[in-house]
Design a protein around this ligand. Structure first.
Ligand code: NAD
Length: 487
């Protein structure tokens, strides 16, 4: 096939384990499709890690990525042992790839699944949440990780999900969150979802708590269409969904940002299969097809997708999918690629053929006018955290009352989020980590930051171990912090 447009520059990494084999197969299929690509190959992963580069990627690779802005990536082996940073997390954050898109589609009866009609796209926020990796050991007993969620970050991913649904003929977007517990962070995500949903009246929307949402996904995936969620929840449910739809060998994904995009199979480097010509190249091929759509080459994308579907229908299967009675021929990685190449130009008979339209206007996150809140922010108090082993909550409360500075009052002491002073249950288990909340004596009125410093000084002078503080702000008069359980 001949596509006349100028070759599109892309960066490519073969990866580790089965990476080189499935990439070789994918490149042969891409070439046979006639997709005009100008490929720069970079070295990343295990070799780089073991040569002393703790992030697994060198400066020449970054130069290529910032030049082409399109990355087709094989799976990477992260060596065991301390000090090695996840290349995937580094690439997502450095390239600003805020959206991870994983279509989880059943190919029944050719790929075994208990859910033959499953067709769900998971859109996961990729840059925020617990993945900032900001963690501390604060006391001998208590460790902390920070969950950071921003309004523009939430709006970007939610807006992306609705735009994706509209551009891909999808009918519904479901938001999965845990705002019954995390009212501030997940509550923000939910509010942003409701606000953006109201701008897309042609797309249905609903939201569920992540636990029941995951249970329903595992039981009745047909009730979902597009799912949008935060980073950690998305990480977990996209693996659940991929597993439900069939083999891990057939899942593709894209990671998309304002300026760059990265495409990779959802599976890892499968060291157990490496070098044996056994791995299924379909996950990487489907990722490469997503890349062709992204760079506006819908013709070769559709040709490859339809040839791939026809290969599955013809019963030409790699070992992970092969089933006696249903499959006709077991093939290796390269044999599967040969079969797809031989079927270029053919359409599937039992499934609807795939069509991709040239994108008149691809999704352009940089065009979005994201809401930047300008609420009035005032300081209303402080939470001071103490490391204090072997103290009774009531004794601590009484001691704190005596150390409270003028203009502030002790409102509550909590341990692991549960109120333990005043008037608490005697049986609550207490660790050595205490949150002591001081607010303005005149509830809701503003205090000066020097009051916070004075309160910390008062506690420190009495020999108490202040391990951190968190300012309590009001935004347009509304509390920007949660209450303790029982407060
Ligand atoms: P894995 O996905 O590599 O393998 C899980 C199972 O699925 C294995 O039984 C494997 O044989 C099978 N499998 C995977 N890909 C297949 C394919 N294409 N065809 C047929 N069967 C396939 O996960 P793992 O074993 O947990 O991890 C192995 C390595 O991969 C680790 O070093 C891990 O850090 C890395 N990893 C990398 C990525 C990535 O680069 N995006 C993602 C996940 C894991």
């Amino acid at each position: 096939m001949n596509y006349s447009s100028n070759p599109v520059p892309i960066t490519l990494a073969h990866g580790d384990g089965i990476g080189p084999e499935i990439m070789c197969a994918t490149l042969r299929m891409l070439e046979a499709s006639g997709a005009p690509l100008d490929i720069e190959t970079i070295e990343i992963g295990e070799k780089m890690y073991l040569s002393g580069n703790t992030s697994g990627i060198g400066s020449e690779a970054w130069d290529s990525l910032f030049r082409t802005r399109v990355f087709l990536k094989g799976p990477i082996t992260t060596p065991f042992g301390g000090g090695y940073k996840s290349l995937n997390v580094t690439a997502r954050i450095t390239l600003g790839l805020f959206a991870n898109i994983r279509p989880c589609i059943s190919y029944s009866p050719f790929v075994f699944t208990r859910f033959p009609k499953m067709d769900v796209v998971i859109i996961r926020e990729n840059e925020e949440d617990l993945y900032a990796g900001i963690e501390y050991r604060q006391t001998r007993q208590v460790y902390q990780t920070l969950k950071l969620v921003s309004e523009p970050g939430s709006e970007k991913i939610v807006r992306y999900a609705f735009e994706y649904a509209r551009n891909n003929g999808r009918r519904k977007v479901t938001c999965l969150i845990k705002d019954n517990i995390m009212k501030v962070t997940d509550g923000l995500f939910h509010r942003v979802f409701d606000r953006v949903a109201s701008e897309f009246p042609d797309i249905e929307s609903d939201s569920m708590i992540i636990d029941i949402g995951t249970a329903r996904l595992a039981d009745s995936p047909d009730m979902f269409d597009v799912i949008v969620t935060q980073n950690l929840y998305g990480d977990i449910i996209s693996d659940v969904a991929a597993q439900l739809s069939g083999s891990v060998g057939i899942g593709g994904s894209s990671n998309v940002g304002d300026k760059c995009a990265m495409f990779e199979a959802i599976h890892g480097s499968a060291p157990d299969l490496a070098g044996k010509d056994l791995a299924n190249p379909s996950g990487l091929l489907l990722s490469a097809i997503m890349m062709l759509v992204h760079i506006n080459l819908p013709g070769p994308a559709a040709a490859l997708h339809n040839a791939w579907l026809k290969t599955l229908e013809d019963g030409i299967h790699t070992g992970d999918v092969f089933k006696t009675g249903m499959s006709r021929k077991r093939v290796g990685t390269q044999g599967f690629a040969d079969a797809v190449i031989a079927r270029l130009g053919q359409m599937p008979a039992q499934r609807e053929a795939v069509t991709y339209a040239k994108q008149i206007k691809p999704i352009q996150p940089s065009d979005w006018n994201l809401r930047m809140a300008s609420d009035t922010k005032t300081l209303a108090g402080v939470d001071i955290f103490l490391d204090y082993p072997n103290v009774k909550p009531n004794d601590l409360g009484v001691q704190l009352e005596s150390l409270t500075v003028e203009g502030l009052k002790l409102v509550v002491v909590s341990n692991r989020g549960v109120k333990v002073y005043p008037n608490a249950f005697a049986d609550t288990f207490c660790s050595d980590h205490w949150r002591c909340r001081f607010e303005s004596t005149d509830k809701g009125s503003t205090i000066q930051y020097r009051k916070v410093l004075a309160q910390m000084e008062s506690l420190s002078n009495a020999g108490l171990d202040c391990i951190k503080s968190e300012n309590l702000y009001l935004f347009d008069g509304k509390a920007g912090y949660s209450l303790a359980q029982g407060q």
